[in-house]
Structures are given as structure tokens and as C-alpha cells.
Design a protein around this ligand. Structure first.
Ligand code: IVH
Length: 686
């Protein structure tokens, strides 16, 4: 905006923006609350509401009571009977940052000067708000929030939820009690639901909240009953004839006593700093739970203090929702491309309009394989929901169908690679992956070189993707072993390299010759052979040659190396180009490991024989004598029988054992005869 812009023009712009935002917010509110089919992720919706409220607070003359920024939810749908809430179901104001939380704390302190305050922190469950009414201790009605005043009657559906009691218990049961809480779907149940949907080729649910909302909105309660929904209570609504409850914590304890599920992750604090620490804790640990949360709700504990603070038209002043940064956002899918891995696997991935989600900007997201793309039916040009939760790699959840551009067609997997050789891509019957079957594919080669140099393999610093492509496209490097033949002159010929950087790269390559065997094994890029199996093989075989020469069944006997990995390794070493590659590494003086000492040959001269020991021997304790027998394949039980091979009798032998041996004809050996037995397996001649 330039300096000459007049005040009136500014106001016009703002009014227009407020009107546009108002329409957008109202529209998305309806899609979320009434249609259960949101077009934008919660995070994007929150941003729109924020902007609208911000403008309205800066320009109060433009704010109206009808503004959707004041709305609590959506209008009830015609599908379910309306229920007027006897106590309105309010919404909560949000704090998106620690500063906003602190500012709320200050407002609270100003409203209650010089008073001590106690905050109750609860998890903000990401589900569907529900009001459930009991009369005479019996379940009578369940209603959604709706617009806060009128909700939808979902009594039959909520009655199928095990966690919702049909009868209350306890010494004092109020005549009427209305509880508020959140119906939610555990993450594991959501995953199972989507696995089933995928197997049936049905549309996937976007997230547990959406699946819970959809499950509640069933005309047929037997469908709801199959959905494994659950419930947490966090608030009382209308109560007639209950005990006095001076604090929120007392109310929660009372709810628990009546038989309601109250979330155990509840904490009381007396400073906003401590509250902030608690919020940070849950932000870091939100995925430790088996249900989804999207924040922490902070509530003033004292009921009388609450009453003095009061509420605005939509939310109480005595509570705030500290919201975690969103893990889902909507953005545009610009394109679907295919990347080729080092083993030729062709993986489709989404090229996105970059979006800030889950703590970082996401521009690319994997789509895994052809079936996943088909199942999600995402198409270039679509508005899509992108999810990035915790350390998990970003994923495209699905398209927003109502925003699909006209004339778009389902994406089809390309049949050729985009590499200069236009290699053929094939998907074998029964396999999930599509593969590039051209061994000379330059993309595969680049991936192999990059993988060889990567941190988990030979760890060659400074050999990133860009340098790899420079080296391969200039013809200097055709396989990773060529790295060891590079000269300073050659590297200097590459764009962006000067003497110092070239020497640094060459030194890093040289240093990698001495990497321990597990790294070298990993660096070969054999399918299925990861760092853990490489470690196990190195410990058991010592050298690359020992691994190379071992048959698959011997490799498979290594702990941590199963038959699949073993077969893959054996097949890899059988192929001539791979053998040549190994020899090239050897010629380049790459360390192949150190041969293990020959193991002590073990004897099995007593295999299947049972030798009993009795009395004291001079050269062995009883345990040592038994261990020597077992080490040679024998057993050493405590008693003599007709099947006993020999009884070894030292000083003071057990009389019953000797007697038994004599009676069944078992030879009795002294210590020198025992020594001979251990050495040869032979009994002294009678
Ligand atoms: S208290 C007047 N406590 O978050 C206070 N709400 O963004 C009413 N929610 O409408 C709500 N967990 O659907 C409260 N522990 C919790 C909550 C919680 C989730 C939901 C609820 C509410 C929305 C506000």
C-alpha cells in the first residue's frame, strides 16, 4: 500500500476482506459441522478465523454480531431431530502460541486482582463434542453441539458406545445430570477401519475425528456400533439435585464417581508458566497416546471465580484452548512424478504447493505405490490434505473432492522412466511395486552412488546429490568404485570446485576406504540388507570375502539375518557385474575387514549318549564334568537307567547309583577312563 492511499480506501479494503473472510469462514464452518466433509484442514480454518477476528478487533465499526467469527458450530442437519440444549454448549477461545497463552493468563489476573488462581489442564481431545443427559440415573438423550444452542439428536447412536454408561452409580445420583464430553475414535481403530476400506476399495477416512463424526451421523445405529467409538467426559451441563461442587476438579471427581470415563491426564497448576510447560510437554508427546489430541484445554478451577469472569457470546473467559501447530493443511497438488530408487523401484510422489505443516515446509510427499494413488484418487490440480505428524514423513491424505477442477482424469502410472534411456517401467503380477528394469538406467546409477556415499553407508562428506550428478553425467563415475580413481584435476573440472573443495572431497573419499565392514556391506546397496543385518554379518563373518563366499543357508543362520535377506545377498554376489564391482573396490584398496580366528573345533563324540556323574572328581567339579559331557553332544542326567551310556564315579559315589549301574550293566568309569571318554568317546575295554 503506498503513502497516497486514503483512509477511506483502506477501510474499503478492510471491509471487503472482512466480508470475504466472513463468507469463507461460514462456508467452511458448514462443511465441517453440518456436512462432515471439510474442504480445508483445521489448521487452515483456524487461520481464516484468526484473520477475521483480528481485523474485526482492529476495526470494531466493521464487526457485526452475525459475523461467523462469533459462531460456535454449525446448524443442526435435517437428518436428526433437533435438541435444544438446556445449558448452551459454548466453544473455547484459542491460544496458538505461548505468548497468547501468557496474555490470557494476564487478562485473567486483571479480572481477579490479588487472588490466587488454580488452573486445571486437560487434554484437548480431537473428536466430536457431545452432550448426554441422564434422568433418574438413566441414559435418556445424546445430542451434538450443533450451533451451541440447538444440536442433533443422536441418542440411538451414542447408546452403542461402551464407554457411555446407561445407568449411573454412586451414593448421590442427581435427578438430572447432563454431561459434556468428546466422542472419539482411537487411532488403532481408525487404522483398522481404513485398512478395511482399502481392502474393499472404498474411500478412505481422512482422520480419526472425521471418521468419528461420520460414524455418529449414521441413520442406522448398528453401523455406529461397529465403529469402536469411545468417550471422555470433561464438563457438567444441566444438573438438578446434585451435591455442591465448588471447583472443576471436584466436578470431574464427581463425574468419575458416577461412572463416566474422565481422562486421567489431568493436571493442576497455580502459575501460567507451569501451565505453559505442561502444554509444551504434551505438544512433544501427543503421539504417545492412542487417541488424537490437538491441544491442551486450560480451565480455571474455582467455580465462583469463573462466575465472576463470565463469558463472551461464544466462549467463557475462564478457559482457553492451547492449540498445537496443525499437522494437517490443505494445498494444491501440482504434479505427480515418479522417482527411481537404487534397486529400480519406481515410487510416485506428490509435488505440492509448499505448505507449512507439522513444524516444517512441505513441498514433496511420497505416494508409496500405484495402488495408493488409485485408492486415494489424487490427481494433479487437486486440492489435497497434507499430513505431517511427529517424525513421520509427510503424506498426502486425500483429495478435497468438492474442489476438484472440472475435466480432471485419474492419474495413471507412466510406462517409461523420465530418464534419457526412457527405460521401461513394469509392475509384476502380485507385486505392489513398479520397477525400472533397465540395469543401465542412469537414475538407478545415481541413486547407487549417492547411497554408497550416504551417512549410513560409507559416509563420504561433501558428496551430495548435486555432486553425484555432476560426477556421473560428466562420465567420470559409472559406479561407486570409480570414486576412488578420481584425480584432483578431474574434480577441479567440475563446476563449483576450487583447489580446497576438491582436495576436501578427495580426502573424504580416501578416508572412506577404511570404513568398518558393516558400512561397506550396507553401501553395496543389496536389497533388504540394512545396517542391522550388516552389523550381524560382519560380526559373524569378519570379511567381505567370507560373506561373498557363504551359501544362502549359512548366511541365514546368522542371528538377525533371515532367509529373505540371505537369499538376496547370495543372489547379488552371484551376478557377474556385482562380482566385478567388488573386485574394483578391492583393487581400489577398500578395506574388506579382518578374517576371524578359526573357531575351536567342537567334538560330538558323545552325541546322543547319556553319562551320569557321581562322587568327587580331582580334575573337575560336578558342574564342569557335566558341562564337558554336554559340550560333546551328550547329556548328563541325575539318575542311572538301562539307557545310560556310563556312570562316572569319583570319591564317595552315591551307593544307589552304583548299585543301579551294576544291576543294569552300565559301565562304571574312574577319572582316567572319564578323560579318555571325553577325548575319544570310547569306553575302556571290559
Ligand atoms: S471444555 C465451555 N474440555 O474443544 C468449555 N473442550 O475448541 C467447553 N474439547 O467444543 C469445552 N477436549 O469439543 C473442553 N478437555 C476438553 C476438551 C474440549 C476437547 C473440544 C470441545 C470443544 C472444543 C473447543
Amino acid at each position: 500500500m503506498n503513502d497516497s492511499t486514503s483512509g477511506a480506501e483502506v477501510a474499503d479494503d478492510v471491509a471487503a476482506r472482512i466480508a470475504a473472510l466472513g463468507e469463507l469462514v461460514a462456508y467452511h464452518n458448514r462443511r465441517y459441522h453440518e456436512l462432515d466433509d471439510p474442504e480445508i484442514a483445521d489448521g487452515d480454518y483456524d487461520l481464516l478465523v484468526r484473520e477475521l477476528r483480528q481485523l474485526e478487533s482492529e476495526h470494531p465499526e466493521l464487526a457485526t454480531v452475525e459475523s461467523p467469527s462469533q459462531a460456535v458450530g454449525g446448524a443442526p442437519s435435517a437428518l436428526f431431530a433437533p435438541v435444544v440444549h438446556s445449558v448452551p454448549m459454548m466453544s473455547l477461545d484459542n491460544a496458538m502460541t505461548q505468548e497468547e497463552l501468557a496474555a490470557w493468563g494476564q487478562r485473567l489476573a486483571r479480572g481477579l486482582p490479588d487472588e490466587t488462581v488454580s488452573y486445571v489442564c486437560e487434554l484437548k481431545i480431537d473428536g466430536v463434542a457431545m452432550s448426554i443427559r441422564y434422568e433418574g440415573g438413566r441414559y435418556v438423550r445424546a445430542a451434538t453441539r450443533g450451533d451451541g444452542r440447538v444440536g442433533e439428536d443422536v441418542t440411538a447412536n451414542v447408546a452403542t458406545i461402551d464407554a457411555v454408561p446407561d445407568r449411573l452409580v454412586g451414593p448421590v445420583i442427581p435427578d438430572v445430570v447432563e454431561v459434556r464430553g468428546e466422542v472419539y475414535l482411537p487411532v488403532a481403530s481408525f487404522d483398522r477401519m481404513n485398512e478395511r476400506a482399502a481392502a474393499e476399495g472404498a474411500r478412505l477416512f481422512v482422520n480419526p475425528r472425521n471418521a468419528a463424526a461420520g460414524s455418529l451421523r449414521q441413520k442406522d445405529p448398528s453401523i455406529t456400533a461397529q465403529r469402536d467409538l469411545s468417550f471422555w467426559t470433561y464438563q457438567l451441563g444441566d444438573v438438578v439435585g446434585g451435591p455442591p461442587l465448588p471447583s472443576h476438579s471436584a466436578a470431574l471427581a464427581f463425574l468419575g464417581g458416577l461412572g463416566f470415563p474422565v481422562n486421567p491426564e489431568l493436571a493442576l497448576f497455580d502459575s501460567i508458566d507451569a501451565v505453559a510447560g505442561h502444554c509444551r510437554h504434551w505438544e512433544a508427546h501427543r503421539h504417545d497416546l492412542d487417541y488424537e489430541i490437538d491441544g491442551v484445554v486450560v480451565k480455571l478451577d474455582d467455580v465462583e471465580q469463573r462466575a465472576r469472569l463470565g463469558s463472551t457470546s461464544r466462549a467463557p473467559r475462564w478457559a482457553i484452548a492451547f492449540k498445537f501447530p496443525p499437522e494437517e493443511r490443505t494445498t494444491t497438488l501440482r504434479d505427480i512424478q515418479v522417482s527411481i530408487g537404487r534397486t529400480g523401484r519406481a515410487t510416485p510422489f506428490a509435488v505440492l504447493e509448499p505448505v507449512f505443516v507439522g513444524g516444517s515446509t512441505v513441498g514433496l510427499a511420497t505416494l508409496h505405490n500405484e495402488d495408493q494413488v488409485r485408492l486415494k484418487d489424487v490427481r494433479p490440480g487437486d486440492t489435497v490434505i497434507v499430513r505431517k505428524a511427529g517424525d513421520v514423513i509427510p503424506e498426502v491424505v486425500g483429495p478435497v473432492l468438492s474442489m476438484r477442477p472440472e475435466g480432471s482424469a485419474p492419474w495413471t502410472f507412466p510406462t517409461t522412466c523420465s530418464c534419457p534411456l526412457a527405460s521401461t517401467l513394469v509392475r509384476l503380477e502380485g507385486e505392489a511395486d513398479t520397477r525400472c528394469i533397465e540395469p543401465a538406467c542412469p537414475y538407478q546409477r545415481d541413486q547407487r552412488v549417492g547411497y554408497f556415499a550416504s551417512r549410513g553407508a560409507m559416509d563420504i562428506e561433501g558428496l551430495g546429490e548435486r555432486t553425484v550428478v555432476q560426477l556421473t553425467s560428466s562420465g567420470l563415475v559409472a559406479d561407486p568404485a570409480d570414486l576412488y580413481a578420481l584425480t584432483q584435476e578431474q574434480v577441479l573440472g567440475l563446476e563449483g570446485f576450487a583447489a580446497i573443495s576438491a582436495d576436501k572431497l578427495l580426502a573424504a573419499i580416501d578416508g572412506s576406504r577404511q570404513r568398518p565392514l558393516p558400512r561397506l556391506l550396507t553401501a553395496l546397496g543389496i536389497k533388504h540388507l540394512g545396517p542391522a543385518a550388516a552389523q550381524a554379518l560382519a560380526a559373524s563373518f569378519g570379511t567381505l570375502d567370507a560373506v561373498k563366499d557363504a551359501p544362502a543357508d549359512v548366511l541365514a543362520a546368522t542371528p538377525g539375518v533371515g532367509p529373505v535377506i540371505a537369499r538376496s545377498i547370495a543372489m547379488w554376489f552371484e551376478q557377474e557385474p556385482n562380482r566385478a564391482f567388488v573386485e574394483k573396490l578391492r583393487a581400489a584398496s577398500v578395506d574388506f575387514g579382518v578374517a576371524l580366528p578359526e573357531p575351536e573345533p567342537t567334538s560330538d563324540v558323545l552325541a546322543g549318549r547319556s553319562v551320569v556323574v557321581t562322587g568327587t572328581l580331582a580334575g573337575y567339579t560336578r558342574e564342569e564334568a557335566m558341562a564337558e559331557i554336554v559340550a560333546r553332544g551328550g547329556t548328563s542326567p541325575g539318575g542311572v537307567s538301562a539307557r545310560t551310556y556310563a556312570l562316572v564315579a569319583g570319591d564317595g559315589p552315591g551307593a544307589s547309583k552304583v548299585k543301579k549301574a551294576e544291576s543294569v550293566g552300565v559301565p562304571i568309569l574312574d577319572e582316567p577312563a572319564f578323560d579318555t571318554l571325553l577325548e575319544t568317546g570310547q569306553l575302556p575295554s571290559p
